[in-house]
Design a protein around this ligand. Structure first.
Ligand code: 6PG
Length: 271
């Protein structure tokens, strides 16, 4: 993954295969924004559109804010984008907990994307199962299917929780064994709440999955995910695009443990 070359100091360093460390969270956002623009143009040139599942949580906030800035906003052909979510909390859009609400404040209200191209998860629906079924219909309407019949995003952005969860796929969840549903609504015991989330087969159908991980508090779990074989595996370890690319864009604070010379990435396929 190269940068634009305009500012070589901005080039992140590849700490492990597919894992790029940026100096800090601000540079992480800039590198991610530059790559987002590149990927958008490549996808639009090839397929006429760019389909993205946005991540929730706090890490992507700086990226969304930067994409909405005059510098980057002008570089994206927004009417060609279709935005979705990887997961959502069972709260209304105006809630401070809403992943859609955060993206709306930081990005959607500031860029010329047609409202019909923004596909939020209606996880506040009292009948969340029906809302999940409706979301699957939306995915079917707007996305091509891969050879196994799962919807294929150009890009899925993901975060990493301190327990190794990603999207709303949490350790110990039976949802980690899901092989057919596209969208599910797990009850998350540790949170005492229900979520709506894309399932692993959909994450694995993507052309590109990018984890955004920042902060010293993520150093331990990032090392666990990338360098420690776990049985059962952590949810973030299970996201392996079948034909697509998996990248980690991290900051140096989160990379401090994987940067040590003793760190070796898990070698796939080894017993
Ligand atoms: C959510 C996210 C979740 C998040 C991680 C990291 O709805 O909270 O989907 O998977 O990405 O918990 O969150 P932070 O970016 O806030 O650390």
């Amino acid at each position: 993954m190269g940068g634009t070359g305009a500012n070589p100091d901005m080039l992140p360093r590849e700490v492990l295969p597919g894992v790029y460390a940026c100096a800090d969270a601000a540079e992480l956002a800039r590198v991610a924004a530059r790559r987002f623009v590149d990927w958008a143009w490549q996808s639009i040139a090839k397929d006429g559109n760019f389909s993205v599942a946005l991540s929730g949580g706090s890490t992507p906030r700086d990226l969304y804010r930067l994409l909405a800035s005059p510098e980057f906003r002008a570089q994206v052909d927004w009417p060609r984008l279709h935005l979705f979510w990887g997961d959502e909390r069972a709260v209304p859009p105006e809630s401070s907990e809403s992943n859609y609400g955060m993206a709306r404040r930081e990005l959607l209200l500031r860029v010329p994307i047609p409202p019909s191209n923004v596909h939020r998860m209606e996880a506040e629906d009292p009948n969340i199962g029906r809302a999940a079924h409706n979301y699957e219909a939306t995915l079917r309407q707007f996305l091509p299917l891969d050879d196994r019949g799962f919807p294929r995003f150009h890009l899925i952005l993901l975060g990493l929780g301190p327990d190794g969860h990603t999207a709303s796929l949490f350790p110990g969840s039976k949802l980690l064994r899901e092989t057919s549903r596209w969208v599910s609504t797990p009850l998350v015991p540790k949170l005492g709440t229900r979520r709506m989330t894309l399932t692993l087969p959909v994450l694995e159908a993507a052309r590109r999955v990018v984890f955004l991980v920042a902060g010293a508090e993520k150093a331990f779990i990032l090392h666990e995910v990338l360098c420690e074989r776990r049985d059962p595996p952590l949810p973030a370890q299970m996201v392996k695009p079948r034909e697509g690319e998996r990248l980690f864009l991290v900051d140096e604070a989160a990379a401090v443990k994987i940067s040590s010379s003793q760190s070796r990435p898990i070698r796939e396929g080894k017993s």
